[in-house]
Ligand binder design. Structure first.
Ligand SMILES: Cc1cc2nc3c(=O)[nH]c(=O)nc-3n(C[C@H](O)[C@H](O)[C@H](O)COP(=O)(O)OP(=O)(O)OC[C@H]3O[C@@H](n4cnc5c(N)ncnc54)[C@H](O)[C@@H]3O)c2cc1C
Length: 446
């Protein structure tokens, strides 16, 4: 059965980009509907980092205290453990502003918080179990979507003045619009699995780079969410090598998890995450804008994808809400302005991610041949990327490339990568009309 509904701003996808955009549009007084294909936000493969720039945004939106009350870990330094010892990369305590850390919060808690705040606005609607399956057109203009209600399989039409695709890396809307992103080669994929976490384990994130591989572990209270890099396209061959081989690779890299590695019973416990680095040349068509991963799929390097998606949403709301509120059609030139503003910080970060892939990660991704072990004895203590670490001996300066040597020699320089990662090249701030402190501000044009 098809029903015809209408909204002013239609957002496809309730991830970080979609929900923040929905909240801001609603605070502008724009009638906005977010379609999310799942029933909840409980998905394991989402990132967990909320950077200092997003923490500042939450303060501006009047959500800082509610966010601070969520269970979370804080990362104040970024350090990695090499075979030769620990290297300090970034010191977030040197950041300017109110937040000198990155918060690690399960993304479903973050999204629930944003959705709750948005649902308090009278012009906001979140439709769960609603999967966009096609576009509606009005002449050459995108005029909304067809979506499937996944609870009963019925199809519906939802018309809108503007449709914003926030449906992630595999965007169905992008496909339906015939837009193809430019793809930058990525040398690795990620295996994603859990290991139990013990009370005396380190807290926060743990990173480990060895000649035998690269792993990052995210502290989720009673378990570790683990990411392990594998060479792109090697998933099948690595699985064929057997779970025992994989367990050996992990314990060679992270000897302190040997006491629980047997909990990885089979490859059913190990999920493949296809890493992509892509960017659309044009992020819009008449009546349609794409932001977040739908416009530019990010690599997990630096954990910046969520914050970039949120920044896209803030810029979109600031630039487009006034036109939508006055009921007019959003002209192409305005959609282009969103892309112009968000293109260069995205391209800059993706450039840095490509460099990291080439220089560090591509060579560390595991292959089916097994682990190339370091010649020296691996450290047994975990070293991490949180402030609560500190285990491990510093790597001898002579073994490090010049930039890393400089960071160890002049710790004040660690404020520079801290700023690049935790604040980014173009942090976006909440427009006046979206801010909430004590009293709600008037919507634009009111
Ligand atoms: C392995 C890996 C680890 C990562 N770790 C981090 C990290 O720690 N920190 C970080 O900042 N970034 C991380 N990233 C990147 C980050 O996940 C993304 O950049 C970010 O989630 C993009 O947000 P988004 O809102 O654009 O899209 P998404 O988060 O992908 O959200 C898209 C939403 O749209 C919904 N959807 C999809 N299709 C439809 C449809 N047809 N109809 C309706 N709804 C639909 C989905 O269910 C989803 O809720 C990681 C990426 C990878 C691959």
């Amino acid at each position: 059965m098809l029903s015809n509904e209408r909204t002013t701003c239609l957002v496809v996808g309730g991830g970080p980009a979609g929900l923040v955009l929905g909240l801001l549009m609603a605070r502008a007084g724009v009638e906005v509907t977010v379609l999310e294909k799942h029933s909840d936000f409980l998905r394991d493969f989402r990132g967990d980092t909320v950077h200092a720039s997003t923490l500042t945004l939450l303060d501006e939106l009047g959500l800082g205290e509610r966010f601070a009350a969520l269970p979370q870990r804080r990362m104040e330094r970024a350090q990695v453990m090499l075979d030769t010892g620990v290297v300090q990369l970034a010191d977030l305590r040197r950041l300017p502003g109110a937040h000198q850390h990155i918060a690690m919060v399960p993304q479903w808690d973050f999204l629930d918080l944003i959705a709750d705040a948005a649902e308090a606005e009278p012009t906001f609607t979140l439709r769960r179990n609603a999967e966009a399956v096609g576009l509606l057109h009005d002449g050459g203009r995108v005029a909304g979507v067809r979506y499937r209600d996944r609870t009963d399989g019925t199809e519906h039409e939802l018309r809108a003045g503007l449709t914003v695709a926030c449906d992630g890396r595999a965007s169905a809307v992008r496909e339906a619009a015939g837009l193809r992103p430019r793809s930058f080669g990525v040398p690795m994929d990620v295996w994603w699995f859990r290991l139990p976490r013990h009370a005396d384990d380190p807290a926060g994130g743990v990173g480990r780079i060895g000649s035998g591989g690269f792993a990052v572990m995210i502290d989720r209270g009673d378990y570790w969410q683990c990411a392990y890099l594998i060479r792109k396209g090697s998933d099948e061959a690595m699985r064929a090598a057997g779970i025992a081989q994989f367990r050996a690779q992990i314990t060679a890299l992270l000897p302190w998890v040997a006491d629980r590695i047997e909990t990885l019973a089979s490859f059913d416990d190990v999920k493949l995450l296809d890493v992509r680095l892509e960017r659309l040349r044009r992020w819009y068509r008449d009546g349609l804008l794409l932001i977040g991963d739908a416009a530019h799929a990010m690599s997990p390097v630096g954990g910046v994808g969520i914050n970039l998606a949120v920044a896209d949403a803030v810029a979109t709301a600031r630039l487009l809400a006034p036109a939508l509120r006055s009921g007019g059609i959003v002209p192409r030139s305005l959609l282009r302005r969103v892309q112009l503003r968000r293109w260069w910080p995205t391209a800059l970060i993706q450039g840095a991610q490509r460099l990291a892939h080439r220089v560090v990660l591509g060579r560390r991704a595991a292959t089916p041949d097994g682990v190339r072990m370091p010649t020296d004895t691996p450290d047994t203590a975990p070293a991490g990327i949180s402030d609560q670490q500190g285990a491990g001996t510093p790597a001898p300066a002579g073994t490090l490339p010049l930039p890393l040597r400089l960071l160890q020699r002049f710790p004040a320089l660690q404020g520079v990568p801290a700023r690049l990662i935790a604040i980014g090249p173009l942090p976006e701030h909440a427009p006046e009309w979206a801010r909430r402190a004590t009293a709600p501000a008037a919507p634009p044009g009111a």
